[in-house]
Design a protein around this ligand. Structure first.
Ligand code: F6P
Length: 555
């Protein structure tokens, strides 16, 4: 196991610092003086086209970033991840989400376990089950086929499946649909089951640990709803409650003993392994709801898309390695140009949950302030990732990206072909849509000078308000269409970008201790919320008075 290199002590860090101290980016000039710029910085990645040319990137910066990658031993760390070394040091675990999408004939043995064989055995089990549900062979306790799959999970056991379900709606089998319950706010379960037919509902309880408060609470509540509703319909006659639970509940977990204790038949529990982090698990059994509604073939295509990017990341030289370049650019912006956030702006309504998904992936991974050796870092780490689909965002927060005082690097994502080919009279709606996509990155890069504003006859006193400085960095990611394979590649791209940044920062991108304190305090505080005056009295004055307000106002 290597020890983290302090990036600030590398010669590349010093070179980047020197460039940044007197840095006056000029994308207009850079494009004018180099007709090859777009070609030089545009890459194919699986079925994705990625244009980095509108980033604040020059040959000098690129060389320094690649030198930085070498100095922090990015290659060794990448090899260590792919080969199953325990690079998640605080949990002493391998990090092998890349094994989830290896083809069946690949070989990888880690800690004495034939990882590829295990993955494919589990996939077969999931696909067989999915086919039974899809064909109507799997029936509920009253003999009816399944129409609605309800996935109960949170964090990595929810965000990935929801995002993919929304993104790939056109691939969902007719007559089937999925719903996702995550929040412990009773509204979530209440709203999601209120119009459901229990006889045709299949519930997947997805929890890596099978201990998560939200998921287990929701699972118990939905189990109670299912049994009550079946009873009220007279649908439980001749069948036991235990039988109904077995027919309507399956599980996804690494903790099969706990699954059985809940009443779920362990035969219908789909497993994964402790070397799959929750936020890296949508391509594991956590995607069972997707395998059912999209079908095994589409799910397999989704995995191929991940693998395309894994192979590129594992083998390509850094100067044409897209995840590496994008991760290094994020370091450049965060540590040298003072960017605090990063926008992800899909021009695809189907990707409306993609930014939320990326928030867990990137921020739970890289929101760390000690290195994996336990030393405090002396530089900034994880940025805030955020975004909304275009064009909606244009009418909300783009103002700040164009003319605000902060640097906000942004990734724009679009697809050449729409799912809905709709016309407004003679105008193709998708053309109108993508016209906006191309216009935004152009405006951000090249801006509008005061002279150009004056040339439009603008009164002098408002010229400055209408100037666009330009030189706002963007990456454009395109593909022919939003298919399962393309989506897999898109996710893997961001997984590896996150990894690259974590390597430069010398942090453990695969643990998440920062979520624990809140969980512990919630447990301690809940009795006070339920009226325990002794527990209430032990709280700080702010928390105490907030809980008192709650108690006074609760009906
Ligand atoms: O609390 C954070 C977290 O552990 C995430 O990392 C994880 O994705 C989520 O909770 C859900 O965990 P589980 O799948 O074990 O229920």
């Amino acid at each position: 196991m290597t020890t983290p290199v302090d990036p600030t002590l590398t010669s590349a860090w010093k070179a980047l610092g020197a460039i940044a101290t007197d840095f006056h980016p000029n994308l207009r000039e850079w494009f004018d003086s180099d007709p090859e710029r777009a070609n030089k910085f545009t890459f194919d990645l699986g079925q994705l086209r990625v244009d980095l040319s509108k980033n604040l990137l020059t040959d000098d910066i690129l060389s320094a970033l690649i030198e930085l990658a070498d100095e922090v031993k990015l290659r060794e760390r990448t090899d260590a991840m792919f080969s199953g070394e325990h690079i998640n040091v605080t949990e002493d675990r391998a990090v092998l989400h890349t094994a989830l999408r290896k083809p069946a004939d690949a070989e990888l043995t880690v800690d004495g376990q034939d990882v590829v064989a295990d993955v494919h055995a589990e996939l077969k089990k999931i696909y067989d089950f999915a086919n039974r549900v899809r064909s109507g062979d799997w029936v509920g306790v009253t003999g009816k086929p399944i129409e609605t799959v309800v996935n109960i999970g949170i964090g990595g056991s929810d965000l990935g499946p929801v995002m993919v379900y929304e993104a790939l709606k056109p691939y969902v089998k007719e007559g089937l649909s999925a719903r996702y319950i995550s929040n412990i706010d009773p509204t979530d379960a209440g709203e999601k089951v209120k119009d459901l037919d229990p006889e045709t509902t299949l519930v997947i309880v997805a929890s890596k640990t099978f201990t998560t408060l939200e998921t287990l609470t929701n699972a118990r509540v939905v189990r109670e709803w299912l049994l009550r509703s079946l009873r009220e319909k007279g649908a439980l006659e001749g069948a036991s409650e235990a039988d109904a639970v077995r027919k309507h509940f399956v599980a996804v977990s690494t903790a099969l003993d706990k699954v059985e204790a809940f009443g779920i038949d362990p035969v219908n529990a789909f497993g994964f392994w402790n070397w799959v982090g929750g936020r890296y698990s949508v391509d594991s059994a956590v995607g069972t709801s997707l395998a059912i509604v999209l079908g095994p073939e589409n799910f397999a295509e989704f995995l191929v898309g991940f693998h395309d990017v894994d192979e590129h990341f594992r083998t390509a030289e850094w100067n044409r390695n897209v995840p590496a370049l994008m991760g290094l650019l994020n370091v450049w912006y965060t540590n040298f140009l003072d960017a605090h956030t990063h926008a992800v702006l899909p021009y695809a309504q189907y990707l409306h949950r993609f930014p939320a998904y990326l928030q867990q992936l990137t921020m739970e991974s890289n929101g760390k302030s000690v290195t994996y050796a336990g030393d405090p870092v002396t530089y900034h780490t994880g940025e805030v990732f955020w975004g909304e689909p275009g064009t909606n965002g244009q009418h909300a927060f783009y103002q700040l990206i164009h003319q605000g005082t902060r640097l906000i690097p942004a990734d724009f994502i679009a697809f050449a072909n729409p799912t809905w080919a709709i016309k407004d009279g003679d105008a193709d709606m998708h053309e109108l849509f993508l016209g906006n996509f191309f216009a935004q990155t152009k405006a951000l890069a090249f801006g509008k000078t005061a002279d150009e504003v004056r040339a439009e006859g603008t009164p002098e006193e408002i010229v400055s308000a209408r100037v666009f400085e330009g030189n706002k960095p963007t990456t454009s990611i395109m593909a022919a269409a939003l298919t399962p394979r393309v989506l897999g590649s898109l996710i893997a791209l961001y997984e590896h970008i996150t990894f690259v940044q974590g390597v430069v920062w010398g942090i453990d991108s695969f643990d998440q201790w920062g979520v624990e304190l809140g969980k512990q305090l919630a447990k301690e505080l809940t009795p006070a919320v339920a009226g325990d005056r002794d527990v209430l009295a032990k709280q700080d004055s702010s928390t105490r008075s907030l809980i008192e307000f709650y108690l006074d106002n609760r009906n």
